[in-house]
Design a protein around this ligand. Structure first.
Ligand SMILES: [Zn+2]
Length: 77
């Protein structure tokens, strides 16, 4: 049985793309141009987001993204 009462981490919800190259400092947020830490595939197009915008758009992306690559855990290392 499936219930959708609790939000879950996107890694649990969406297929994670294990083969994706790690994001680098050349990958920039599509919303603001800061360094990207998240890559999401929506309608076959890869969107890049900084940690701030990934968090801001996470709920909306969860319903439309087909893949989700999240490096926010590396922030501050
Ligand atoms: Zn941004």
């Amino acid at each position: 049985m499936t219930t959708l009462t609790q939000p879950r981490p996107l890694d649990d919800v969406i297929g994670v793309e294990p083969d994706r190259e790690p994001l680098t400092s050349r990958d920039r947020c599509d919303a603001c141009g800061a360094r990207a830490y998240v890559a999401a595939t929506v309608n076959g197009v890869e969107l890049l987001y900084c940690a701030h915008h990934a968090t801001a758009y996470e709920d909306r992306l969860a319903s439309v993204a087909s893949t989700w690559h999240d490096e926010r855990s590396t922030l501050g290392r």
